[in-house]
Design a protein around this ligand. Structure first.
Ligand code: COA
Length: 240
C-alpha cells in the first residue's frame, strides 16, 4: 500500500520532507500539484484554467496511474486535504484511508490573500508567514515560508487559493466510508480546530488528534507526530 501525500497552497511537495524522514519503510508518493517546479501545466496556464479542487484531484489520479498505484492511503494538508477529501468522495475505490491535516470541508479564504496575490507576492507572503504558524515558532519558520512562497510564485498560489475558496463539501461528509484521521494544531488560524471537529463529527469512525500549541503548518511544526499518525493509518489500511 502506497501513502500519497498532497501538499498545501502556495507550496510544493517538499513541505512533506521532514514528515517523510519519519516514515520508515512506507512507500510514499508525494507529487507536486500542477503549476510548480516540473509539474505540468506551467503556472500561468494552470491559473488560466481556473482549476477547482476536482482538477487538482484529477492530477493526483494521473500521478497515481503513472506510478502504477491503483489504491492508496491518501493524506493531504490544507488544500491537499481538500483534494484528498474530494478523492474519497468521488473516487472511493482509489482511497483506502484518508488523512486530513489542517483541513476543512469548506475553505473560504481571506479576501486580502486572494486580492493581494493579484497584485504580486510580497505582502501576501509576509501575511502567510505570520499566520501560518503558532506564535511561538513563527520566527523560526518565517524565512523558509517566504522562500517557499516565492519559489512557487503568485500564479500557482492564486490558482491554489481560488480553488480552496470555492471548495465546499460540508453537506457530503457522511458519504466518506474509509478509515479517517483528522489532525489539527490548536493554534491553527487558517483552518481553525472547529473545521477539524466538524470533519471528525461527520465522517463515520474518524479519529481527531489535536496538537496543543501548533499552528497550520503541522508538517513543519510537528513532523514526527504527523508521520506517526499517518503511519498508524497506513498500517491499518494496509491490513484491510
Ligand atoms: N468547518 C466548519 N465550519 C466552517 C467551515 C468548516 N470548514 N468553514 C466555515 N465554517 C463556519 C464558520 O466558522 C462560520 O461559522 P459562524 O457563522 O458560526 O461563525 C460559518 O461557517 C461561515 O463561515 P465562512 O464560510 O468561512 O464565511 P465567513 O464570511 O464567515 O468568513 C473568512 C470568511 C474568509 C473570513 C473565513 O472563512 C476565514 O477567516 N477563513 C480562515 C482564513 C483563511 O483564509 N484560510 C485559508 C484556508 S486555505
Amino acid at each position: 500500500m502506497t501513502l500519497v501525500l498532497i501538499h498545501c497552497s502556495a507550496a510544493d511537495a517538499s513541505v512533506w520532507d521532514s514528515v517523510r524522514e519519519h516514515l520508515f519503510g512506507i512507500p510514499v508518493l508525494a507529487p507536486d500539484l500542477p503549476g510548480r517546479r516540473a509539474a505540468q501545466p506551467p503556472a500561468d496556464e494552470w491559473l488560466e484554467l481556473a482549476p477547482g479542487v476536482d482538477a487538482y484531484a484529477a492530477s493526483i489520479l494521473r500521478d497515481m496511474d503513472q506510478a502504477g498505484v491503483e489504491r492508496a492511503t491518501i493524506a493531504g494538508h490544507s488544500l491537499g486535504g481538500a483534494v484528498a477529501l474530494w478523492l474519497a468522495l468521488h473516487w472511493p475505490e482509489r482511497v483506502a484511508g484518508l488523512g486530513l491535516v489542517g483541513a476543512g470541508a469548506r475553505l473560504r479564504v481571506k479576501p486580502e490573500i486572494i486580492e493581494g496575490l493579484q497584485d504580486g507576492l510580497r505582502e501576501v507572503a509576509d501575511l502567510m508567514a505570520a499566520v501560518g504558524f503558532a506564535h511561538s515558532v513563527r520566527d523560526r519558520y518565517r524565512v523558509a515560508m517566504l522562500r517557499m512562497i516565492h519559489s512557487v510564485g503568485a500564479s500557482a498560489s492564486l490558482a491554489d487559493f481560488r480553488a480552496c475558496d470555492r471548495f465546499d463539501v460540508m453537506e457530503g461528509l457522511r458519504e466518506v466510508r474509509c478509515p479517517t484521521r483528522v489532525l489539527v494544531g490548536t493554534e491553527d488560524l487558517l483552518t481553525p480546530p472547529k473545521y477539524s471537529a466538524f470533519l471528525a463529527e461527520r465522517i463515520s469512525g474518524a479519529r481527531l488528534t489535536e496538537y496543543p500549541g501548533a499552528g497550520h503548518m503541522l508538517p513543519w511544526e510537528r513532523p514526527a507526530e504527523v508521520a506517526g499518525e499517518l503511519a498508524v493509518l497506513w498500517a491499518a489500511t494496509s491490513r484491510s
